[in-house]
Write a protein that binds this ligand. Structure first.
Ligand SMILES: [Zn+2]
Length: 82
């Protein structure tokens, strides 16, 4: 399962339509993101195929920003993954 974080409600809806078009069954859900401030109930979707959750799309600015921060050049070395 791949988890994708997005900023906007429209991005969640866009992902929903995309996965429906590609043959997934999509459900809107309330789920938890990876923020640790105790307020991490978010809107999102899960895309199911062959009885397995393939994608989880969660709307959370905090998680999007954290992922962007980790993706910056040079950060990988700091985290010891290279
Ligand atoms: Zn979050």
């Amino acid at each position: 399962m791949k988890t994708i974080y997005v900023n906007l409600k429209s991005e969640v809806t866009g992902a929903m339509h995309l996965y429906q078009r590609t043959g997934h069954t999509v459900y809107r859900v309330r789920t938890e993101c990876s923020c640790t401030d105790g307020n991490n109930r978010r809107n999102g979707i899960i895309a199911v195929q062959d009885d397995r959750i393939v994608y989880k799309v969660i709307r959370c600015k905090g998680c999007v920003n954290r992922e962007l921060e980790l993706a910056k050049p040079g950060k990988e070395a700091e985290h010891g993954t290279i």
